[in-house]
Design a protein around this ligand. Structure first.
Ligand code: ADP
Length: 457
């Protein structure tokens, strides 16, 4: 029963008790006064009058005691009834809550994923499901999440204190990441969400799927592809070299020349695929950042332009960059990214047209924009093009070439530099790829980029 209702009821009961007491006092006084007057009318002898008054008083006490007994009995009975009703209601509610909890528990326990809830301030575990117990043991009650789920950690980890979970102090969007737990050496894909717990406090709900097998398969596939790629490099170099040598023969029949050109083109394409794949793998494995320096953007763009193969006479490339625009990074990697974007701008503008590269320093960032007037990219593909091997169907893949790894490698390199790549595009009108890189003084405070997400495992 709500507190306000309870207070109202108590006040009502008090008023009723006061009314009853007042009525009793009035009736009693009237009775004493009137009965005394009545006795005095009929009895003149003072002794007899005193006796009659004593008998009247005794009768009064007996009658009122009997009435009081009946009244109190009635009150006690209704109180008992009320108490029984309340008890029944309480039991019903308790049973309902237990049933609901049982249903939810069955649901979470039947999930093949670790589910737990931890207080966001004290980090104390509030709930863990059966799968979590199977993975991390049964002694979870009264323990902090980082003690129970991780090993060798004495302070809240990046999972516990993840600021992305809250938006202005309120539960925000779900945050997802993958990480290897060093307590049981298994990989998990985690979905974290801030929620309001039953006690009104903010809590972190995590659902973590075991992806160890998938990760192992990925690792085997990666290693296999990597060794195949390395093994293929030598024969490919021989194929390209001999094809080029034969193409230099002046007396080569025309149809043989055509076939050799196809061999050379396909060998180069395969070689590009292998190089890009090995680049991507190298970045994934070796995330240590070396050879970082202050670099002049105009010089990097100049070198990138020299290395581009697809830009032809019909492309009018304009570079708009002041000499003092600087970035902090690895020159080889940044030239690779810039030439990739320049090549893409040319390749996906088959009709030619102007390609503008603009670089400038805005506040504490260096911003580079690569704009073309080419085929453009449909809105729903804008995020996908950064996925490895994702290519759009331009209807003429042979002519545009490519293997779908260029942008994913570029994106990886830029994020390792603490920056980001964005794209804006209108199909049929062209695209603009924007690179945002922090200046050296800001990079010191930029977050570390971890392959396994925000978790310190
Ligand atoms: P690819 O080797 O296929 O060019 P990328 O990773 O460089 O691989 O690009 C992925 C896809 O993004 C391309 O297949 C292409 O469809 C699209 N794309 C990239 N740059 C542009 C651009 N400037 N204009 C239009 N589409 C582009």
């Amino acid at each position: 029963m709500p507190v306000a209702d309870q207070q109202q009821r108590t006040a009502l009961h008090r008023r009723a008790a006061l009314k009853t007491a007042a009525l009793y006092a009035v009736v009693a006084c009237l009775w004493i006064y009137l009965s005394d007057m009545f006795l005095e009318l009929f009895i003149q002898d003072p002794r007899q009058l005193t006796q009659a008054q004593t008998i009247k008083g005794a009768l009064y006490v007996i009658v009122t005691s009997a009435l009081l007994y009946l009244y109190l009995g009635h009150c006690l009975q209704s109180l008992r009834k009320q108490e029984d009703r309340l008890k029944e209601e309480q039991e019903r509610i308790q049973q309902e809550v237990a049933e609901r909890f049982q249903q939810l528990n069955t649901l979470f326990n039947s999930m093949n994923a670790v589910v737990y809830v931890a207080d966001m301030e004290t980090y104390e575990l509030l709930y863990v499901n059966k799968c979590a117990i199977e993975h991390f043991g049964s002694s979870w009650q009264g323990r902090k999440c980082f003690h129970y789920l991780q090993s060798g950690i004495e302070e809240p980890c990046a999972f516990c204190t993840n600021p992305q979970l809250l938006t202005n102090g309120e539960p925000g969007d779900t945050v997802t990441w993958e990480f290897e737990n060093l307590k049981n050496h298994r990989w998990y894909e985690c979905f974290d969400k801030a929620i309001l717990w039953t006690n009104g406090r903010l809590a972190r709900l995590e659902i973590a799927f075991d992806i160890t097998e998938r990760k192992e398969l990925e690792r085997i596939k990666d290693e296999l592809l990597s060794s195949i790629s390395h093994e293929m490099r030598t024969p490919l170099t021989a194929i390209s070299g001999f094809a080029e040598l034969l193409l230099n023969e002046e007396e080569l029949p025309q149809h043989h020349r055509k076939h050799l050109e196809i061999v050379l083109r396909e060998a180069e394409k395969l070689s590009e695929l292998i190089n890009r794949f090995l680049d991507a793998r190298r970045l994934k494995i070796n995330r240590s950042r070396i050879n970082y320096r202050d670099l002049v953007v105009a010089e990097l763009l100049e070198k990138a332009l020299q290395g581009t193969r697809y830009c032809k006479a019909k492309h009018d490339i304009r570079i708009d960059c002041e000499a003092d625009v600087m970035v902090f990074g690895n020159s080889k990697e940044l030239i690779q990214v810039f030439s990739q974007l320049l090549e893409n701008a040319c390749r996906y503008s088959p009709e030619g047209g102007e390609i503008v590269v603009r670089a400038e320093t805005v506040a504490d960032e260096t911003i580079l924009c690569f704009s073309d007037l080419g085929l453009g990219i449909p809105h729903h593909e804008l995020d996908n093009i950064f996925q490895p091997f994702h290519r759009l169907d331009t209807g003429d893949r042979r002519r545009t070439g490519g293997v779908g790894l260029g942008l994913s490698v570029a994106n990886e390199i830029i994020s390792l530099h603490g920056g980001e790549i964005r794209v804006e595009s209108t199909p049929g009108k062209g695209s603009t790829f924007k690179i945002i890189l922090p200046l050296p003084n800001r990079r010191a405070t930029a977050p570390d980029i971890e392959s396994t997400g925000p978790g310190q495992t």
